[in-house]
Ligand binder design. Structure first.
Ligand SMILES: Nc1nc2c(ncn2[C@@H]2O[C@H](COP(=O)(O)OP(=O)(O)OP(=O)(O)O)[C@@H](O)[C@H]2O)c(=O)[nH]1
Ligand SMILES: [Mg+2]
Length: 201
């Protein structure tokens, strides 16, 4: 007996896997974001912030924080049955910057998490992706008690190109983080499509 296409069971789909970086300043919520959406137990490389590190670890504004990422966070999320994201959270402190190039290799796009109380901490991440032409989206992590600013002011302060998306999010909330990740995938796809488009004169 011959089955029509619709009668055959759907063949298993081989998902496309994409690598997304989660960057931003110290304590912006990168580890929290990866942990909020990952469907596998996230790999973390947290070390305690110690008294000895006080002169170099600037914890102003994040006084409750007692650990920091020293290598990376790693997590995975299936956005659709045919689309899986591997998330790589970067360390936030300057002294671990040498790891960024390694982590950025092969990344489709990036999320720059920003905390409006320490916006200047995200300048370096914005510069990093701009210089390497890696498409990125800015996620403003709305911490409790932090003042809310209009998106336009945050965009101006970060000197963002008009085509860079900026969204408000809560790094602790799975649905909110999913929106951010969908946003970065869409942005990276349209960025890639624009680059492929033939130049007409
Ligand atoms: N209120 C609130 N707290 C948050 C949010 N995101 C993170 N936090 C808290 O802020 C602190 C810093 O979060 P982390 O996720 O460790 O920040 P990080 O960016 O990974 O930090 P580094 O790896 O040290 O750069 C933690 O104590 C979190 O519980 C948020 O959206 N709202
Ligand atoms: Mg971290």
């Amino acid at each position: 007996m011959i089955f029509g296409r619709s009668e055959r069971g759907k063949p298993p789909v081989e998902p496309v896997t994409l690598k997304i970086l989660v960057a931003g300043g110290f304590g912006a919520g990168k580890t929290t974001l990866v942990g909020a959406v990952s469907e596998i137990k996230p790999l973390r490389t947290e070390e305690l912030l110690t008294e000895a590190g006080r002169p170099v670890d600037d914890t102003r504004g994040v006084e409750g924080k007692n650990t920091t990422t020293v290598a990376m966070d790693f997590g995975r999320i299936t956005l659709r049955e045919d689309l899986v994201l591997y998330l790589f959270g970067t360390p936030g402190q300057d002294r671990f910057w040498f790891l960024w190039d390694e982590l950025a290799t092969g990344a489709l796009g990036a999320v720059v998490l920003a905390d409006t109380r320490r916006l200047e901490d995200s300048f370096a991440a914005v510069d990093y992706f701009e210089r390497r032409s890696i498409p990125f989206l800015v996620g403003v992590n709305c911490f409790d008690g932090a003042a809310r600013y209009p998106s336009e002011s945050v965009r101006a302060a970060l000197d963002l190109d008009p085509n860079v998306p900026l969204v408000l999010c809560d790094a602790r909330n799975r649905e909110s983080v999913k929106e951010v990740l969908i946003g970065v995938v869409k942005h990276a796809m349209s960025y890639a499509a624009d680059r492929r488009a033939p130049v007409t004169t």
